[in-house]
Design a protein around this ligand. Structure first.
Ligand code: B16
Ligand code: MG
Length: 212
């Protein structure tokens, strides 16, 4: 039995732009300059760590209570974008890849840092294709810690060497490697050089070959 574990943001959908808009709004209110380049550092990391990075950029010290309010405010703004999402936002080739994996008897799990993962799977209509969903609500340690992928593999009943992980972040590739799973990078080959293999996107991957 083969298990296939998908990261969400940057692999299934590209929500980085929405995270950016919502963080930028907060950053402006706090008087912090926050660019698209800074946003790269937020990919794959938790909401709390993302806020810390922004506060570091602005040299701002804040109480836990303030941080909580700001994270909530950012998330409410982010959810306005998420609530408008639909199937068209699935990245090219993703739906067909999920369907081929399912048709061949593969088990499919999500392994994401996002606490909004379930809502995004619902909005894009692909929730029924998943056998398990492990997200930011289920784990206490962020990637590169392998916790999220180990939990996902356990939920689909797959052994680590039988699992393939699709990831767009360096931290996620490291997490998959530490877990002893086959890491497949989605994105730039130079950035993701620690992955077993890297593809620009799902349209370039020969999905049936995973079963040979
Ligand atoms: P939320 P992934 C990650 O998703 C994003 O890449 C990262 O930018 C975000 O901060 C994190 O989810 C938490 O998201 O605020 O929705 O809980 O790539 O792990 O699917
Ligand atoms: Mg990602």
């Amino acid at each position: 039995m083969k298990g296939f574990i998908f990261d969400l943001d940057g692999v299934i959908v590209d929500t980085a732009g929405y995270h950016f808009q919502a963080w930028k709004k907060l950053a402006e209110e706090l008087g912090v300059s926050f660019t698209l380049e800074d946003n790269e550092r937020l990919k794959g990391v938790s909401r709390a760590r993302s806020l810390e990075i922004i506060l570091e950029l602005g040299n701002i010290r804040a109480s836990e209570a303030e941080k909580k309010v700001w994270m909530q405010q950012k998330n409410e703004d982010y959810l306005e974008y998420v609530n408008r999402m639909d199937r068209q936002e699935l990245l090219p080739g993703v739906l067909s890849a999920l369907q081929i994996l399912k048709d061949r008897g593969g088990k499919i799990a999500l392994g994401s840092a996002s606490k909004n993962a379930r809502l995004i799977l619902e909005k894009t209509g692909i929730m029924p294709l998943f056998d398990a969903v492990v997200d930011g609500n289920d784990v206490s340690r962020a990637k590169p810690d392998p916790e999220v992928f180990v939990l996902a593999a356990a939920q689909i009943g797959a052994e680590a060497p039988d699992c393939v992980v699709f990831e767009d972040s360096v931290a996620g590739i490291r997490a998959a490697n530490v877990a002893g799973m086959t890491s497949i990078g989605i994105g730039d080959a130079g950035t993701l050089h620690e992955a077993r293999r890297v593809y620009p996107g799902f349209t370039e991957i020969d999905i049936p070959a995973f079963f040979e």
